[in-house]
Design a protein around this ligand. Structure first.
Ligand code: ZN
Length: 157
């Protein structure tokens, strides 16, 4: 099936292929985000792939899960010891819930992903970045809910 540049198939259905690791058995699954509402299951262990909430991404998966995603991706760079990051977490939950099927929301623990943090010049946390087609579109530093909401609205439009 041919996919046009605006990520639709011939009948106009959006198509957002993403590669995600199963939270249970850690197998990589390739799934279409637009199927999120129908609760896709892991091809290996058949447990549900939960797409209406942020997904934790390790450094080794960043390239294929975030940069090669067919959907916009909102990335929350955080660390467990960071108090302001705990204010951003519910906002990420909200974004994932509100835009299920159109936006992939992931979180990256910068302590466990130093290479990624360096590559994207994360100098303070929390930092939230919107990626589209593997490129950074915009970033938000600290707790900026209005800014994050606006960039997501623009990103999924
Ligand atoms: Zn699995």
């Amino acid at each position: 099936m041919s996919v046009t540049k605006d990520h639709t198939v011939s009948d106009g259905t959006p198509r957002f292929p993403v590669t995600l690791r199963c939270g249970f058995c850690l197998t990589l699954n390739r799934i279409d985000l637009v199927r999120a509402e129908s609760r896709p299951r892991c091809g290996e262990c058949a447990k549900p792939m939960l797409l209406d909430r942020p997904v934790k991404v390790q450094e080794e998966d960043f390239e294929r899960t975030v940069l090669q995603a067919g959907s916009p991706v909102l990335v929350d760079f955080y660390a467990d010891w960071c108090a302001p990051c705990k204010m951003v977490a519910p906002l990420m939950d909200e974004m994932a819930h509100e835009h299920t099927g159109r936006l992939l929301v992931v979180k990256v623990d910068t302590d466990q992903a130093p290479g990624i943090a360096q590559r994207f010049q994360i100098r303070s946390i929390p930092t939230v970045i919107l990626f589209v087609d593997g490129l950074e579109v915009e970033r938000s530093l600290g707790f900026e809910p209005e800014r994050v909401r606006r960039l997501v609205e623009e990103g999924v439009a």
